[in-house]
Ligand binder design. Structure first.
Ligand code: GRF
Length: 216
């Protein structure tokens, strides 16, 4: 029986959520899971460097021809058609149990999601069902929240299914919108007060329950 789940984190950008997970593992907040692999669909994602610095295997799986990684991460070229099969092979070869999407800017197909049913989670920077689904990514989410005039926003960790941001909710944390907020200041507050706490906690909770044979 496993004492820890093997985790892969999929990223595309800066990787502050990845860093929060790495730090949570180092500090013991995450005890029931181990990050085994970080995969980016962008070769120049700073998240890859964060993984390398932490001694975690880091791979760029990219459709871009001749892409190189500044930080020296392994680069695997794929095609639009082969991306998911190539990703699946990387995950299966490493016996990955839980896939964490942390700023991964690509939609996974229904077939892929079904391969890892209830084993893929995502962090979304709003209180789902508000400001989520297709077209709601990056600063657009916070711009929409401010345009609506909501007084509270936040972050949601949820399971990933075939509907964008549509899977079962695992955890949510509310964050106040403040007078004079811009999309950037709201984004930063939601990251600091919600995302970087909620995602590691959710990984530990799911992993603990699975290692101890309970379901959430
Ligand atoms: C975060 O806001 C996350 O909620 C969203 O994409 C952003 C990624 O940021 N899905 P980072 O790469 O973790 O810094």
């Amino acid at each position: 029986m496993k004492t820890k789940l093997n985790v892969a984190v999929l990223v595309s950008g800066g990787g502050t959520n990845l860093q929060a997970i790495i730090d949570a593992e180092a500090s013991g907040i995450i005890k029931s899971a181990e990050i085994k692999l970080v995969v980016s669909n962008k070769a120049n994602a700073y998240a890859l460097e964060r993984a390398m610095n932490a001694g975690i295997e880091a791979i760029a799986l990219t459709k871009k021809k001749g892409a190189v990684s500044d930080c020296g991460a392994e680069v695997i070229e794929c095609t639009k058609e082969s991306f998911e099969a190539d990703l699946l092979k990387l995950l299966k070869d490493r016996d990955i149990d839980l896939i964490v999407l942390a700023g991964f800017m690509s939609i996974l197909s229904e077939d892929f999601v079904n391969e890892y049913k209830d084993c893929i989670i995502n962090i979304h920077p709003s209180l789902i069902p508000s400001f989520c689904g297709e077209g709601f990514y990056g600063l657009k989410i916070h711009e929409a929240a401010l345009a609506k005039g909501v007084k509270v926003s936040g972050a949601t960790v949820h399971f990933v299914n075939e509907i964008p941001d549509g899977g079962k909710i695992i955890a949510q944390k509310a964050v106040n919108v403040e007078e004079g907020d811009t999309a950037e200041t709201l984004q930063k507050r939601i990251m600091e007060q919600a995302e970087w706490i909620l995602l590691p906690e959710s990984i530990e909770r799911i992993s603990y329950e699975r290692v101890h044979n309970k379901t959430i």
